[in-house]
Design a protein around this ligand. Structure first.
Ligand code: ADP
Ligand code: MG
Length: 551
């Protein structure tokens, strides 16, 4: 007896419980997940074989094979991909590797299975098999190894691992179908699910003949989607491809598909998600673009491919110029990649500019999802900072929806020389801030910068359209230069001033050592006092932030 029993990680046990009891109606996505995993496994082996060709010599044609056994009530999915070792099966099929997903699951309550949308919101991947099967076995043999193992579970708390036999490398998954999942034992149903969800998969997905004299049938188109002409690709196919590459489940807001020809040649198929992934700010999520070279998957961890401020992009880049045996080291400081990267940035910014003018609502939704990330580009990418600044949208005292800086400039008052802003981390508090009262009274718009990242780009970018940015918390706020409608009630009598200087002297004595100065101000209308910074000093919010970080 070599069988060993392992407990599932607590989050997996919880996830499996939710999956098995889920009311989610699109249970057929389990097949997409399994075929997608097989395709990934073949991609990874194809890449490994670039430097170790003997890994695939005896079996060079990658494929996924589906087999239905009505008697046994099983659906089997096999591939000749890279396979898994015993330890890899324990790790990959017993834990949740991505901490973002793991935290998401931790926060789900036990009733989540009743929430029909929950499964659709994040990737349940392999575990989705338990929506349709009450027992799953996975037999796998890693490429280059002689031994195989079988992982087996009914999804309740634990799984077993045992030694096994498998003719060649790869992975075979046998699903023992639940009573109510008999439809997946019907070849018509399986055919249509594969067509819908896996047509874009670049290797053949074959359905084994069920009758003795029948013929095996390739169910999908089996060519890389980005190599097909745009006119032959439907929106649904793009969306399914996006689900596959991005491990995402929404509909892309933007799909950019193009082939660039010239000094360097590459194809790109990029997506901007419609929804903000729940782990957008997780550092593990950095670059998730996939790099291909002449249709061969190379890596999805290529930092050089896109700047960090575009890390919300998903999709692929396929280069004709890089060598197939390109190594991690070669990818660093690679001139071809640098050119691709700058071309890609221009394409994406160009598309965003187009959308910003044509599809205001869509653009604002994009901005609320990813604006905080894109804004990093204002200080990280000097070459494109002006374009990004124009794409940026900000809250302001004069508008309920975020505005562009061009909007702001077009509304500037006669005599107004600067773009005024106030920064902080609570938008509501900013709107009520006493420091902006004088500006409001004069009808001067103030930008309300409520993102931490705003302080960073402001420290690099001193002006827009030739006009400086200026914090309202800075000393002399030039309010006198701007005329307001009711300007003429400025008959401050001598008497009032004298009283005020006595009062100010009192304040100065009382606050000595705690403030630099106490001054009379023209910018308050409702509040009695407010804190400001001196012209040469740091912005108040920035000072607070730095103090909080002990700097
Ligand atoms: P994901 O595909 O998002 O990583 P899954 O739950 O779908 O998550 O799969 C978990 C992991 O299990 C994969 O990352 C992979 O390492 C491994 N795996 C799953 N199916 C296969 C397969 N057919 N061949 C090799 N490895 C596999
Ligand atoms: Mg997967």
């Amino acid at each position: 007896m070599t069988e060993k029993t392992h407990e599932f990680q607590a989050e997996v046990a919880k996830l499996l419980h939710i999956v098995a009891h889920s009311l989610y109606s699109q249970k057929e996505i389990f097949l997409r997940e399994l075929v997608s995993n097989s395709s990934d496994a073949c991609d990874r082996l194809r890449y490994a074989a670039l430097t170790a060709p003997d890994l695939i010599e005896d079996d060079p044609d990658f494929k996924v094979v589906l087999e239905i056994d009505k008697e046994a009530r099983t659906l089997t999915i096999s591939d000749n991909g890279i396979g898994m070792t015993e330890q890899e099966m324990i790790d990959n099929l017993g834990t949740i590797a991505r901490s973002g997903t793991s935290n998401f699951v931790k926060d789900l309550n036990e009733d989540a299975a009743k929430d029909v949308s929950v499964i659709g919101q994040f990737g349940v991947g392999f575990y989705s098999s338990f929506m349709v099967a009450d027992k799953v076995t996975v037999t796998s043999r890693k490429a280059g190894s002689d031994t195989a193992h079988t992982w087996s579970s009914d999804g309740h708390g634990s799984f077993t691992i045992d030694t096994a036999e498998r003719a060649g490398r790869g992975t075979t998954i046998v699903l023992h179908m639940k009573e109510d999942a008999a439809e997946y034992l019907d070849p018509h149903r399986v055919r249509s699910v594969v067509k819908t969800y896996a047509d874009h998969i670049a290797l053949p997905v074959i359905l084994k003949a069920t009758e003795e004299d029948g013929e095996d049938e390739t169910l999908n188109t089996a060519s890389a989607l980005w190599t097909r002409p745009k006119s032959e690709i439907s929106d649904e196919q793009y969306t399914e491809f996006y689900h596959h590459v991005a491990h995402a489940f929404d509909t892309p807001w933007i799909t950019l598909h193009s082939k660039v020809e010239g000094v360097i040649e590459y194809s790109l198929l990029l997506f901007i998600p419609e929804q903000r992934p729940f782990d957008l700010f997780n550092p593990e999520r950095s670059s998730k673009l996939q790099l291909y070279v002449k249709r061969v998957f190379i890596t999805d961890e290529c930092e050089e491919l896109i700047p960090p401020y575009l890390r919300f992009l998903r999709g692929i880049v396929d280069s004709e110029d890089l060598p197939l045996n390109v190594s991690r080291e070669m990818l660093q400081n690679n001139p071809v990649l640098r050119k691709i990267r700058s071309g890609l940035v221009k394409k994406v910014l160009g598309e965003l500019e187009k959308r910003a003018s044509k599809d205001t609502d869509g653009y604002l939704a994009f901005w609320s999802n990813f604006g905080a990330v894109l804004k990093e580009g204002i200080y990280e990418d000097m070459e494109n900072s002006d374009r990004i600044l124009k794409l940026a949208r900000f809250h302001s005292t004069a508008s309920d929806t975020p505005i562009s800086l061009a909007d702001y400039v077009s509304r500037m008052k006669d005599g107004q020389e600067a773009l005024y802003y106030i920064s902080g981390d609570d938008l509501n508090a900013l709107r009520k801030s006493p420091q902006i009262e004088g500006f409001k009274a004069k009808g001067i718009e103030v930008l309300l910068l409520d993102d931490a990242v705003d302080n960073f780009w402001l420290s690099r970018q001193s002006e827009f359209d030739g006009k400086p940015f200026k914090s309202v918390t800075r000393g002399s706020a030039d309010l006198d230069k701007v005329k307001s409608a009711e300007e003429d009630d400025k008959e401050d009598t001598q008497e009032e001033s004298r009283n005020l200087s006595t009062l100010i002297a009192c304040f100065k004595t009382a606050l000595e050592g705690q403030v630099k100065d106490v001054r009379e101000s023209v910018r308050l209308t409702d509040s009695p006092v407010c804190l400001v910074a001196d012209d040469g000093d740091m912005d108040i919010h920035l000072e607070k932030m730095l103090k909080a970080h002990n700097q």
